[in-house]
Design a protein around this ligand. Structure first.
Ligand code: 4AD
Ligand code: MG
Length: 478
């Protein structure tokens, strides 16, 4: 008999028809009621074993975590908590699970920290299956948003010779023997002997390559893994994360901000409309977690209310200079409650400042723009004031920066001058500079950190819990 997924089965009218289901046992009560989950939905299916229908041997092997196949008749359930159930006629154990050794027993609810150590099994919990179903829906929605608007999906390289952010936080890619690398005349490592005949690294961003296609196809986006070797042990940083980077010809910074808002609102609306069951569960979970915190640290809105709020309200647009004024005169600054006090124009904002603006002052998402050139990347368009660039960051409640972007410097001379000022390797950037020589155009783009989006949408609080296998300093297990 053909297997039916539990999600589909639960939406079927029970008329005693025969069905077959495969899944993992969540619990087995009274040697009679098996609760089965197959990952297609948060909900379990109840399968009822007739007393004495199965041999003692088989009954013993129906344990939490075991994989089983059942077939029988789909009937209306007499019990509370489910509309339908399966009266089991056949039951086969596909994979045994030793109840003594299995770490995911219902009785003891494991902590998220512990679950990170068993990331190969945490997928079997309600929390992680819900998060990953939402993650899937968000990836799909990203493609839908751009496809509906005529953007082309461009696959930028994972291995590259350029440092897009000019920040030097890169993982090297090499096939040279670290114990005895080839040396040149001056005794330096001779990368001409390396696999690609030059130094290469894992990409920190697909932006620069993305720009080449925006200046040909008009509107494009990338969506791929990016890598940063920064030693950030925080709840918002990963060494390997996924980034979505749209890049658009003929967009100025204002158009860029509007697209960022439309995009984030589309994604939150999509989650509300398509992930209701998982969001209800995650909402409850976040509430419970919140209630364990002291009053002043609790969120004012529930997860679902936060999503609705973002989907329905315009974001606050604010220049860096205005933000500095607000922060300088804020209570936490005057009372020296900020760890980094705001004193003069030009300092970089820390996440405590971003969160103050979003969570305390405006109580809504904020788009900050026109940052000092000194704290931003080389490719950003220089404003006429001679000190700021057309950069923008979107700041979200509970997250801080979720999007970073800018209008790009499309003027050849200005860009070359900036590259020289910063001492960046002009020879490696030759192709990027040439884009400004041959039919340059005003253009803009941004990057959305996919995991930061998933943090926001699921209400999880640690970025390591919204990617199947997190990579962070000191950890690359699995
Ligand atoms: O602000 P970032 O560094 O911008 C860029 O990479 C640009 N090239 C994007 C562009 O204009 N096309 O990174 C963009 C976003 C951040 O706002 C953040 O959401 C996320 O990527 N991000 C990280 N997410 C998880 N772990 C990290 N270590 C991250 N670093 C950045
Ligand atoms: Mg940034």
């Amino acid at each position: 008999m053909k297997r039916i997924k539990i999600k589909e089965l639960l939406a079927t009218a029970p008329t005693g028809q025969p069905v077959a289901v495969h899944g993992w046992v969540r619990s087995f009560r009274n040697s009679q009621f098996i609760s089965i989950n197959d990952g297609s939905t948060l909900q379990n299916l109840q399968a009822v074993v007739e007393l004495n229908a199965l041999g003692e041997d088989t009954l013993k092997r129906i344990t939490t975590g075991a994989c089983i196949s059942v077939s029988g008749d789909l009937v209306a359930s007499l019990g509370k908590g489910q509309a339908v159930e399966v009266k089991v006629k056949n039951l086969e154990i596909l994979g045994d699970c030793d109840p003594e050794a299995y770490p995911l027993q219902l009785k003891n609810r494991p902590s998220l920290e512990y679950l990170r150590e068993i990331a190969h099994l945490r997928s079997r919990t309600n929390t992680f299956s819900a998060v990953m179903r939402v993650r899937h829906a968000m990836a799909f929605a990203v493609h839908k948003f751009f496809n509906d608007r005529g953007f082309y999906y461009i696959h930028t390289p994972v291995i590259t010779g350029s440092d897009a952010e000019g920040a030097g936080a890169m993982f090297r890619v090499t096939t040279l023997d670290p114990a005895k690398p080839p040396l040149d005349d001056q005794g330096h490592i001779d990368y001409k002997e390396d696999f690609f005949g030059r130094e290469t690294n894992l990409t920190v961003s697909g932006q620069l390559e993305g720009e080449t296609y925006a200046l040909a196809l008009g509107e494009i986006y990338t969506f791929g893994p990016t890598f940063r070797a920064e030693n950030s042990n925080t709840t918002r940083h990963l060494a390997e994360f996924w980034m979505i980077e749209p890049e658009m010809a003929f967009y100025d910074i204002q158009d860029n901000m509007q697209l960022a808002q439309d995009f984030l609102q589309f994604l939150t609306r999509y989650a509300l409309d398509n992930c209701a069951e998982d969001l209800e569960f995650l909402n409850k979970r976040a509430l419970e977690e919140d209630q364990a915190k002291p009053q002043e640290q609790r969120s004012e809105l529930t997860l679902i209310d936060r999503l609705k709020f973002v989907a329905e309200n315009d974001f606050q647009r604010l220049s860096y200079t205005e933000a500095i004024d607000i922060l300088r005169n804020s209570n936490p600054n005057k009372k020296k409650k900020f760890q980094f006090l705001i004193d003069e124009w030009g300092t970089d904002l820390q996440s405590e400042h971003e969160r103050y603006l979003v969570e305390k002052h405006f109580k809504k998402p904020v788009i900050l723009y026109n940052y000092p050139a000194n704290i931003k990347s080389f490719y950003m368009r220089q404003n006429e004031d001679g000190k700021t660039v057309a950069a923008m960051d979107v700041l979200f409640p509970g997250i801080g920066e979720i999007i970073g972007g800018s209008q790009r410097e499309e003027r050849y001379d200005r860009l070359v001058k900036r590259v020289k000022e910063l001492g960046l390797p002009e020879k490696d950037l030759w192709w990027y500079l040439e884009l400004r020589k041959y039919g340059s155009a005003p253009h803009s783009g941004f990057g959305l950190g996919f995991e930061r989006l998933i943090l926001f949408v699921t209400g999880m609080t640690n970025i390591r819990d919204v990617i199947p296998f997190p990579r962070y300093p000191g950890n690359a297990e699995f």
